[in-house]
Ligand binder design. Structure first.
Ligand SMILES: NC(=O)c1ccc[n+]([C@@H]2O[C@H](COP(=O)([O-])OP(=O)(O)OC[C@H]3O[C@@H](n4cnc5c(N)ncnc54)[C@H](OP(=O)(O)O)[C@@H]3O)[C@@H](O)[C@H]2O)c1
Length: 219
């Protein structure tokens, strides 16, 4: 698959490295220092281009920029970008990182869909970059869950596959509107990692039983 990356920082490069290792091709884009981006791209055997070139190139486009520049990054997608799956990895953080700038009556994912009408947006916030760049994505022998939210079933399936390929565990959560709740869950992990000092090697795991084994009269 061809993967266009918008924002080749900690997350963008972490995902690119892992997907290139699985045989995918990547194009990196969006940097204040295109020379450094070219050097990084060469070291990964990835291509480098503008945002619009990355959107043109990719079957899937990974959006991995700070929330404050999402609008600016997407506005560089060109005047008539082709229809693409947009894997939104962003946390909609306030500028001072103290909390979420958006939610829970909407979500960052839905805002991205509004800003990129050309895109089929799938929200899936990956594990911490420190895990993406480490030798193992596992905690013990377990993969960490990644909620995958999007309104298009085939697009969600594609992102679930990519999440599995970075060695995380996709949780197919259904519609994009469920990002309203998945995004705060990711923020909880940020708080535990940095405010509670648990560190970034943490993740979630959803336990799921057989609904047929629920209480006879419901709850
Ligand atoms: N870090 C994590 O563990 C983690 C985990 C899950 C989700 N996220 C979310 O993923 C997103 C990316 O996080 P990150 O940690 O990868 O961020 P990052 O390391 O700061 O990378 C951001 C990228 O965006 C580019 N960029 C920023 N402002 C720009 C501008 N005005 N013009 C052009 N390029 C610009 C930077 O390019 P240059 O520096 O080359 O200019 C860099 O490549 C964020 O929304 C974050 O909340 C992060």
């Amino acid at each position: 698959m061809r993967i266009g990356i918008i924002g080749a920082g900690n997350v963008g490069i972490g995902i690119a490295k892992r997907l290139i290792a699985k045989g995918h091709c990547a194009m990196l884009s969006f940097s204040l220092d295109m020379q450094r981006l070219s050097t990084t791209a060469a070291s990964l055997r990835a291509r480098v281009g503008t945002v619009s070139e990355a959107v043109e190139f990719g079957d899937v486009i990974v959006l991995a920029v700070p929330w404050s520049v999402v609008d600016e990054a997407l506005s560089q997608a060109g005047s008539a970008p082709p229809q693409r799956i947009l894997w939104d990895c962003t946390n909609a953080l306030k500028p001072d990182l103290s909390g979420l700038a958006i939610g829970t009556d909407t979500s960052g994912g839905e805002e991205v869909a509004r800003l990129a009408p050309w895109a089929t947006v799938v929200k899936a916030i990956p594990p911490f970059a420190q895990m993406l760049h480490s030798s193992s994505m596992r905690i013990g022998d377990q993969r960490t869950d990644v909620f995958v939210c999007g309104d298009d079933d085939p697009a969600r399936a594609v992102v679930c596959r990519l999440v599995r390929e970075i060695d995380a565990q996709p949780v197919d959560a259904g519609p994009l509107s469920l990002a309203r709740y998945a995004e705060p869950a990711a923020m909880l992990l940020v708080q535990l990692a940095y405010s509670r000092h648990w560190g970034p090697r943490i993740g979630m795991s959803v336990l799921r039983g057989d609904p047929a084994e629920g209480p006879r009269h419901g709850v």
